[in-house]
Design a protein around this ligand. Structure first.
Ligand code: PLP
Length: 460
């Protein structure tokens, strides 16, 4: 163990106990607290992060993972990933400081933002962060002046037209401009040591990775012609963080492995990296949010009252977090967060058309609509799974909690696996089987039986 993470950093989940039990305890404790009431908190299963890491190494054995700090910079995540030996991809000075603060050496940090503030380039120079990315001449000129000994990674544009989030307009040099940039670097005595790309998040076509790897090969050839000794290929992020994603991680890994064999075969001397964010943390974080207000709205549907014997209504629940904070993926990624209910409703319990709203007084702060839920009360908790990516630190500035408490947990099996940096031997063959004992024993959730048009809620 390198000593980044210790047993005091998390709750050890012993055999026979699960994170579900822990969550129940936490929600009960939060409900009973007379002071310091919280409207939302996270439970983070660090064992899930450990498990993801081992699976990554198994599926992409030639790729060295770095972690994109912007995705979730909470201390437990950074520490467990540092303990697993990952490097860190930072977008700014604050992220570099965070990672340095937990003791990560600067040799493991990439300053991977192609457009940087001069003061922050100087910070990197002063603290010995050597690997910096760029995608244009101006940026190169800034680095030449403020960090002349930096080693540059040329960030190339990708075809991210089908991805959920597009970055290639903002970041990435076109293939056409690469020769010119490499010449410019040579003239200015800047070493270009590698090529990076990021296909964007939620890319539905794994071939985008193969195309970008092929493009990177061309840039490596241009660089070699111009006398750059390039030895780093950075595949960026965009790997899915949840099971059931449109494109499975295994599919992407298979496309990448074939493309690497073709364009960067084993023994070619190129260090292959990826900068993953959501892959590592999405499924590890569960969010509990309490209902802070409730309103019944009668629906104006002529004739329905006679049919059913009661006036049709919908229930509007207000939560302490909304789309301007933790649920920002509703705005940016078109997600539909679906709550898990702490108790399974009995078959006789009526379900009502329901919607969930954030704390901001505007009509856009809608977390979810079209749910069928039993009648819930102010103070009840709703639980949302897969909440680890781009959520922490995003607590609503507009009326929300700003920072949300995080309780870290890990099963003893995962802790032992982390300490030994290997999987328990009997689980090594079966990756699916491997996943369960390492995590804290979430059970598969049942799903409420819903009408055909509405999004179901699940049961814890
Ligand atoms: N690399 C770069 C350059 C990024 O901009 C991002 C996120 O925007 C990532 C990696 C991480 O992406 P993801 O969380 O989809 O893995």
């Amino acid at each position: 163990m390198a000593g980044y993470l210790s047993e005091t950093d998390f709750v050890m989940v012993e055999e026979g106990f699960s994170t579900r039990d822990l969550l129940e305890e936490l929600t009960l404790g939060a409900s009973q607290a007379t002071t310091d009431k919280v409207a939302a908190f996270f439970l983070a299963d660090l064992g899930a992060v450990v498990r993801k890491h081992f699976y990554f190494l198994k599926c992409l054995p030639r790729v060295r993972p770095f972690y994109a700090v912007k995705c979730n910079s909470s201390p437990g995540v950074l520490k467990v990933l540092a303990e697993l030996g990952l490097g860190f991809s930072c977008a700014n000075k604050a992220e570099m400081e965070l990672v340095q603060h937990i003791g990560v050496p600067t040799s493991k940090i990439i300053y991977a933002n192609p457009c940087k503030q001069i003061a922050q380039i100087k910070y990197a120079a002063k603290h010995g962060v050597q690997l910096l990315s760029f995608d244009n001449e101006m940026e190169l000129a800034k680095v030449v002046k403020s960090h002349p000994s930096a080693k540059m990674v040329l960030c190339i544009a990708t075809d991210d037209s089908h991805s959920l989030s597009h970055l290639s307009f903002k970041f990435g040099a076109s293939l056409k401009s690469c020769r010119h940039l490499l010449e410019n670097a040579k003239r200015n005595h800047m070493e270009v040591v590698g090529v990076s790309f990021h296909i964007g998040s939620g890319c539905p076509d794994p071939q985008a990775y193969a195309q970008s790897i092929a493009d990177a090969r061309l840039v490596f050839e241009m660089g070699a012609e111009l006398g750059h000794r390039m030895h780093i290929l950075d595949l960026g992020g965009g790997f899915p963080g949840v099971e059931g994603a449109k494109v499975r991680f295994e599919e992407i890994a298979s496309v990448i492995n074939s493309a690497l064999d073709l364009y960067f075969p084993e023994g070619c001397g190129i260090d292959i990296l990826a900068k993953l964010g959501r892959y590592y943390v999405t499924s590890a974080f569960t969010l509990a949010v309490s209902i802070i207000a409730k309103k019944e709205v009668l629906l104006d549907q002529p004739g329905r009252e006679e049919e059913t014997g009661s006036a049709p209504k919908t229930i509007v629940y207000h939560l302490g977090e909304g789309v301007y904070g933790i649920f920002n993926s509703v705005l940016f990624d078109n997600t539909c967060p679906t709550p898990v209910l702490p108790k399974k409703p009995s078959p006789e319990q009526p379900l009502y058309s329901s919607s969930l709203w954030g704390p901001v007084v505007d009509g856009c702060d809608c977390v979810a609509e079209g749910l069928w839920l039993p009648s819930l009360h102010v103070g009840d908790w709703l639980v949302f799974e897969n909440m680890g990516a781009y959520t922490v630190g995003m607590g609503s500035l507009l009326g929300g909690t700003q920072t949300c408490r995080i309780t870290y947990a890990m099963s003893r099996v995962a802790w032992e696996a982390l300490r030994g940096q290997l999987l328990p031997a009997e689980q090594d063959e079966d990756t699916e089987g491997m996943c369960k004992p390492l995590s804290c024993g979430w059970e598969i959730t049942d799903t409420l039986c819903m009408g055909p048009v509405f999004t179901p809620a699940s049961i814890m």
